[in-house]
Design a protein around this ligand. Structure first.
Ligand code: PLP
Length: 484
């Protein structure tokens, strides 16, 4: 007989797991941010064969401390400043736990009406909080849906764009013309991947030049590229503009790009994966100017809005277009609600059929924090990043690289007068390697204008002024060690 867990056993172990997570969070500050163990360390501690007999959950919990935690990069650590944040929060975890417990598969409205309706309402709430154009709301022609990631959102946008560009033929005939998708050289690699998956090949992507100062897409270069492609018999289909590029959080000029998309009849997707959360604060909404031109828009609450991975919020201005592009209705999914036309079936808005109740974690986060709590998080983390930038600026050995409108600060050690760029790059790389090797902070890097550049991105709810100060001190002391 299967040894199913009883509700009472689940209750006991569930409490222990919640205690374990709470202890993990309260002890994070004293853990090294990253693991120093070589590859294979975790795998070597796991049995080579799966267990034949079931084990008590206490043994599993014990392994979390001895095997799992030491082998992690701690993304929730107060001194994790790498990539972009991927922060979670207590309310998000609890919402996810409820979703897991309910085990609802909400592919259709009829397979879990609340799963669909909460998602629709929560995405409308978010649209209001970000002040997105009215047509993105479900009460207008559009609507929002949760995708697993911004990468999936970009893929869906590209597919809908192909459907439109082909005058609806894409569904039947696929890519039957040489379509082109445009983005800047600073656009995320997910765009390249989406274009490839969509069947356009790498040749389907046009990388448009950026303004060398701001690293934002140059609309004049976009026009030139579109004109050249049209003249060559190619078919421009879509532009992916970015608000907050991954390297440096550059903001593409969406108003000008939007005008061009209108003029040439191109789909405009705006990817604000990380920086979109900023629009919750009225004083930062200027970064979203031009969104009224967009056909689709996405941002990741799983980055900077305290909602655990995975949660990308994706909106389209015309849901009918998207649904027509993606819907397939086999007999076994037919049901009265779908046929009534009165409900949304989110399976038609994404690649997979199945979907879990992801809206719950967002609902928990929005209700726990309220708009004012979320705005405070955005403002607090920006203030911490500004504080760090001020320290960089005050130390003559360092320089800021570009602006820091959100919580990402790009910086590097200046080149010593006669030092070649390559040597300066090597010193900066060594600075980063030494700092990260201490386990006391974790930063990542990029290249800006070809030059090695360090990135510090703030986002953890556990990060306070002291953690930023400690990290700055570590960087400054390490620079001294390097005789800079
Ligand atoms: N777009 C931008 C601007 C990003 O910065 C990222 C990730 O950092 C992505 C897309 C991809 O995000 P996801 O992991 O949600 O697919």
């Amino acid at each position: 007989m299967a040894n199913h867990i009883t509700p009472d056993e689940f209750r006991r172990h569930g409490h222990a797991v919640v205690d374990w997570i709470a202890d993990y969070w309260s002890g994070l500050d004293s853990l090294p941010v990253t693991s120093a163990d070589p590859p294979g360390t975790v795998a070597a501690q796991l049995p080579a064969r799966p267990p034949e007999r079931g084990e008590p959950l206490d043994r599993l919990l014990a392994d979390l401390d001895t095997v799992i935690t030491p082998g992690l990069t701690h993304w929730q650590h107060p001194r994790f400043f790498g990539y972009f944040p991927a922060n979670t929060s207590g309310p998000s975890v609890l919402g996810d736990l409820v979703s897991a417990g309910l085990g609802v598969q909400g592919m259709l409205w009829s397979t879990g009406p609340a799963c669909t309706e909460v998602e629709t309402v929560v995405l409308d709430w978010l649209a209001e909080l970000l002040d997105l154009p009215a047509r993105f709301r479900s009460t207008g022609s559009g609507g929002g849906v949760i995708q697993d990631s911004a990468s999936s959102a970009i893929l869906i946008a590209v597919l809908a764009a192909l459907h439109r560009a082909g005058g609806g033929r894409w569904r039947e005939h696929g890519v039957d013309r040489p379509y082109r998708v445009y983005t800047s050289g600073q656009g995320h690699s997910a765009i390249e991947k989406a274009v490839r998956i969509a069947g356009l090949g790498d040749a389907g992507l046009r990388t448009v030049a950026v303004d060398p100062q701001t690293l934002a897409l140059d609309p004049a270069a976009l026009r030139t590229a579109i004109e050249a492609d049209r003249a060559a018999g190619l078919v421009p289909a879509a532009v992916v503009a970015t608000i907050g590029t991954t390297s440096t959080t550059a903001v593409d000029p969406v108003p000008a790009i939007g005008e061009l998309c209108r003029e040439y009849g191109l789909w405009l997707h705006v990817d604000a994966a990380y920086a979109g959360a900023a629009a919750i604060c009225p004083e930062l909404r200027h970064t979203h100017a031009g969104l009224e031109h967009a056909d689709s828009y996405c941002f990741d609450p799983h980055k900077w809005l305290l909602t655990g991975f995975d949660c990308d919020a994706f909106w389209v201005a015309d849901r009918a277009e998207l649904i027509t592009a993606l819907t397939v209705l086999p007999e076994y999914l037919r049901n009265a609600a779908t046929e009534s036309g009165a409900v949304l079936d989110y399976r038609d808005w994404q690649v997979p059929l199945g979907r879990r109740f992801r809206a719950l974690k967002l609902w928990f986060v929005l209700r726990w924090y309220g708009a004012e709590g979320l705005r405070a998080h955005i403002r607090d983390t920006i203030a911490l990043a500004d504080g760090f930038a001020a320290r960089v600026e005050a130390d003559r050995r360092f320089e800021l690289v570009g602006a820091h409108p959100f919580t990402l600060v790009c910086f590097r050690l200046r080149s010593a007068g006669d030092t070649a760029d390559a040597d300066a790059d090597a010193v900066n790389a060594e600075l980063l390697a030494r700092v990260n090797a201490t386990g006391r902070a974790y930063l990542t890097h990029t290249r800006v204008g070809g030059r090695y550049t360090l990135r510090l991105a703030v986002g953890s709810p556990y990060t306070g002024r002291e953690h930023v100060t400690q990290t700055w001190q570590l960087l400054a002391d390490t620079a001294t060690e390097l005789k800079r």
